[in-house]
Design a protein around this ligand. Structure first.
Ligand code: ADP
Ligand code: MG
Length: 240
């Protein structure tokens, strides 16, 4: 049995197919990279797995540890051990970084988690999670909070995107920590070099996964911007 299994997922919004026949598995103790160009539906897939409001598959099944979770709320899925680090994290006014990281477990010491994402605890623990934090700082704090939750599945939506982004070394350090604590990771990215960190990778195009396998092979195919689904039509000129 796999940790996460997506079976033939379709998702339509405004009459348009965003995902169309998507199947994907994430195994236990696996770092699985999901590669796709901008606008291919990577974040949409993350919201569907997490169960965000408005994101229910039009058809298909989402199985977590062998159980169908399509009908579960975001909160119920979080309790099962699924956690999402958002591509654009929200800011919360009136909560300190310390409380934000330890909100689900008052017994943990938030400092090592901040250090791991490259922020000095003494400079950040008592700051508020508000608009005075830069996008990059906010993303790092978001990752620290996901690490502190010790989820069974951590979905990281483009931890390497945006200004002031995490470096590849930062991401490797964070991924190693997830592995050490037994979490599986779905690592969403549009950079093939990041996919090389993973144990297995999948390429998303035309609303489905057209290949899952060796990260080196997937990265190579992705780089060439040719895939069997769109024959290069979607993938070719979308470099950013
Ligand atoms: N709720 C929605 N309603 C309408 N269109 C959507 C919705 N969510 C996503 N989309 C569209 O689906 C496509 C995929 O978006 P997204 O999942 O954000 O891509 P990615 O994360 O791969 O860049 C985009 O064209 C986006 O505009
Ligand atoms: Mg996205």
């Amino acid at each position: 049995m796999d940790l996460l299994e997506l079976r033939d997922i379709t998702f339509r919004a405004n009459g348009k197919y965003i995902l169309n026949g998507l199947s994907l598995t994430v195994r236990y103790n696996e770092v699985h990279a999901l590669l796709g160009t901008n606008g291919t539906g990577k974040s949409t897939l993350a919201y569907l797995i997490m169960g965000c409001s408005g994101y229910k598959p039009s058809s298909g099944e989402i199985l977590f540890e062998g159980k169908k979770i399509n009908e579960l709320t975001l909160y119920e899925r979080a309790k099962l051990g699924i956690c999402l680090a958002w591509q654009e994290p929200v800011r919360f006014e009136g909560i300190s970084v310390r409380d934000y990281i330890s909100v689900h477990n008052k017994d943990i010491d938030p400092a090592p988690f901040l250090e791991l994402v490259g922020l000095h605890p003494e400079l950040y623990l008592d700051r508020e999670v508000d608009k005075t934090l830069s996008g990059g700082e906010r993303k790092r704090i978001e990752l620290a909070s996901v690490l502190a939750l010790n989820p069974k599945l951590a979905i990281l939506d483009e931890p390497d995107s945006g200004i002031d982004m995490l470096s590849t070394d930062d991401i490797i350090r964070v991924i190693e920590m997830f592995k050490k604590s037994g979490s599986s990771v779905l690592l969403i990215t549009h950079r093939e070099e990041i996919a090389l960190i993973s144990d297995r990778a999948s390429q998303l195009c035309g609303g489905r996964i057209f290949y899952s396998g060796e990260p080196e092979r997937v990265a190579e195919m992705f780089k060439s911007r040719r895939c069997l689904i769109c024959d290069g039509e979607v993938c070719k000129d979308e470099r950013d």
